[in-house]
Design a binder for this molecule. Structure first.
Ligand code: PGA
Length: 260
């Protein structure tokens, strides 16, 4: 099997001023040891207003924490009041950009077509997309989970090369599990993520599917992280609420299986 290093990402959503963000990253960096970074890549995704502060901190203190963003527009520049371009993020040494988070899809009208444009723009600027997919509770209860996530995978990856897809990150985030305290059972998450990997293989081939990293997201906490991260197809976690507090986020990172 291909070696896929887990990626544990903290999606801070609309939380933490730049001053709070600095304190959180400092505390997180004290808690994490070299062996933790050997076991997993760790990214934080602050609000736009904190990106520059965190970039400077990572740079000055040579931290192993990786900078991520939560969103961007797909055009490099233009008359798009309020938007931030992928070019601007790349200039801040952002590595990972989330695309198609369910909150963006549901609250800000991000369609599969928009997600595809964003994924392409993120890649074109030398960054790595974390493309989110997931079903609603109604879709799950109707037995439509696999169809929903496969459709999102197909549409989101449209027009990409196998090489591009192979270097990407996909996050499986069942919408009913986000911020609700209800998480998919590790077995269910594993099964759906295996099916997402199958959908990636259909679009981009088996080699790309073997290297794409697929995270689970939705109420990941210190108490459930180890069991989720131990599943063979689950290559990390996209963590919302529990990533805001370094005392909760550090143990989640440390729950990633030790290699070797
Ligand atoms: P949660 O959020 O961990 O608070 O459920 C996950 C996410 O939205 O990425």
């Amino acid at each position: 099997m291909a070696e896929r290093k887990p990626l544990i990402s903290g999606n801070w959503k609309m939380h933490h001023t730049h001053l709070e963000a600095i304190r959180v990253v400092q505390k997180l960096s004290y808690a994490l040891k070299d062996t933790d970074y050997e076991a997993a890549d760790v990214s934080v995704h602050p609000a736009f207003t904190a990106l520059r502060a965190i970039q400077t901190l990572i740079d000055a203190d040579r931290l192993s924490i990786i900078l991520g963003a939560q969103h961007c527009h797909w055009e490099p520049k233009g008359a798009f009041t309020g938007e931030v371009s992928p070019t601007m993020l790349a200039a801040l040494q952002v590595t990972y950009v989330i695309a198609g988070h369910s909150e963006r899809r549901e609250l800000f009208g991000e369609t599969d077509e928009v997600v595809n444009l964003k994924v392409k723009a993120i890649l074109a600027n030398g960054m790595t997309p974390i493309m989110c997919v997931g079903e609603t509770l109604d879709e799950r209860e109707a037995g439509d989970t696999d169809a929903k996530v496969s459709g999102q995978v197909k549409a989101g990856l449209e027009g990409l090369t196998a090489e591009q897809v192979g270097g990407m990150v996909v996050a499986y985030e069942p919408i009913w599990a986000i911020g609700t305290g209800r998480n998919a059972t590790p077995d269910d998450a594993q099964a759906t993520i295996a099916s997402i990997r199958g959908a990636v293989a259909n679009v981009a081939g088996a080699d790309a599917a073997a290297t794409v990293r697929i995270q689970y997201g939705g109420s990941v906490k210190p108490a459930n992280a180890a069991e989720i991260l131990a599943q063979p197809d689950i290559d990390g976690a996209l963590v919302g609420g529990a990533s805001l507090d370094p005392d909760e986020f550090a143990p989640i990172v440390q729950a990633a299986p030790r290699r070797g």
